[in-house]
Design a protein around this ligand. Structure first.
Ligand SMILES: NC(=O)c1ccc[n+]([C@@H]2O[C@H](COP(=O)([O-])OP(=O)(O)OC[C@H]3O[C@@H](n4cnc5c(N)ncnc54)[C@H](O)[C@@H]3O)[C@@H](O)[C@H]2O)c1
Ligand SMILES: [Zn+2]
Length: 372
């Protein structure tokens, strides 16, 4: 970790700086000022982030006052080839050259789309991430994965390309809704579970409405994500730690979209996935019963129960099996050896997944006594 300007510090993610602390936006100003004068900046956000966050960004980062903001629609649907087309056209109309810098001001949708547009426009121009959602700050804006959805399949087209920098300014969270905040908290809990027990305990104990209390925890989570990416930029081994809760969680998320009145946010599905996968870790004799109970209790206290039906189990397994990495009804999971220690590449059978889903279903129906 490198000390930056007073009030900021920088960690590296695959060689890409992630700047944390109250002076993060000052550090962005310094970086932009160090660029040649004729470099043009384009700030791209969605309708919410341009309204709530752009005035503060331009107030604190004078070189961006000249930049004409570009608005995209808010929400997952904007991760489309049509939105990319509109952005590529806009850049071409404005004669943006290869020196231009795109500033992605928003949550994961904005950084995923802008990262992809930046990776492809004129074969690649620089992108700076300024995340405004908690999910963006602790996860999406770090690590270089970008992309769009196609025919209902998430993130199927995209690249891995590191941003020129990520600047994490926690006060942007002031205007983020509670449900969106909890969406990001799920990833913070995961970071603690796979890497850092003290962080897990701190996130569990944090008053989430208090941004001052949350700030160091957001920074720690961003640092954990960056550290894991720095160790394994190409997703070959260590980065799989970040999959904890996601193998089952992704399938539950996809299943929930099939009945829109029950649609879950990603983090909400991951919270369920973490309960199921912690149970699998216990069942496989990796995790103690005490640790399992602590994890289940802490997550249940924070997230609304999501009723599952045995019919869902079959569909969830189908959705998991579509993932080509997991052929033959055997799945490779990231499980837990302890709170703070993940283990990658544990083989799990379809029957064990079904048992884990049953565990969750009964837990929601009957409460903790059934958690065996
Ligand atoms: N590339 C990666 O590594 C990675 C990792 C995790 C998630 N993702 C992707 O990120 C997306 C989810 O990200 P998200 O949860 O940030 O969703 P999002 O970008 O849709 O943001 C959620 C909502 O909050 C609004 N918002 C954002 N910041 C705000 C603020 N400060 N004040 C008020 N409103 C604000 C947005 O306009 C949006 O309506 C998904 O598409 C997911 O696939 C990518
Ligand atoms: Zn996730």
């Amino acid at each position: 970790m490198a000390a930056g300007r007073k009030g900021s510090r920088t960690v590296q993610a695959a060689g890409s700086p992630v700047v944390l602390g109250p002076a993060a936006l000052k550090a962005l100003e310094t970086w932009l000022n160090a660029e040649a004068r004729h470099v043009r900046h384009f700030v791209i956000g969605d309708e919410n982030t341009l309204r709530h966050c752009l005035p503060e960004l331009q107030g604190q980062v004078p070189p961006l006052r000249e930049a004409r903001p570009i608005a995209m629609a808010a929400g997952e649907r904007a991760k489309s080839i049509e939105v990319c087309h509109a952005l590529w056209s806009h850049l071409a109309d404005q004669a943006a050259d290869r020196q231009a810098v795109l500033v992605a001001l928003g949550g994961g949708v904005v950084s995923d789309v802008v990262g992809f547009v930046g990776a492809t426009y004129k074969r690649g121009i620089r992108v700076v991430n300024v995340p405004t959602s908690l999910m963006g700050m602790v996860d999406a804006a770090i690590g270089g994965k970008n992309g769009i959805d196609l025919d209902g399949i998430k993130n199927i087209v995209g690249t891995i390309r590191q941003p020129a920098g990520t600047y994490v300014h926690v006060p942007f969270l002031r205007t983020l809704g509670k449900r969106e905040l909890m969406n990001g908290v799920a990833e913070m809990l995961k970071h603690g579970l796979v890497r850092d027990r003290a962080h897990w305990s701190a996130v569990c104990a944090a008053p989430l409405h208090d941004l001052k209390a949350l700030e160091p925890l957001v920074q720690r989570s961003a640092e954990i994500k960056a550290g894991i990416v720095e160790e394994d930029p190409n997703d070959l081994d260590t980065r799989r730690l970040l999959n904890f809760g996601h193998t089952i969680g992704h399938a539950i998320e996809a299943r929930s979209w099939e009945s829109p009145q029950r649609a879950l946010l990603h983090g909400e599905a991951v919270a369920i996935g973490m309960i199921c996968e912690a149970w699998l870790s216990w069942k496989r004799d990796l995790l103690s019963r005490e640790a399992l109970d602590e994890i289940s209790r802490s997550i249940q206290e924070r997230y609304r129960p999501h009723p599952l039906d045995p019919v869902d189990h079959h569909r969830i397994l189908q959705l998991m099996a579509n993932d080509k990495k997991n052929a033959d009804e055997r799945f490779r999971f990231t499980l837990l050896e302890d709170i703070g220690h993940g283990r990658i590449n544990v083989e799990v059978t379809a029957a064990q997944v079904t048992a884990a889903l049953d565990h969750y279903r009964l837990l929601m129906r009957d409460g903790p006594k059934e958690a065996v």
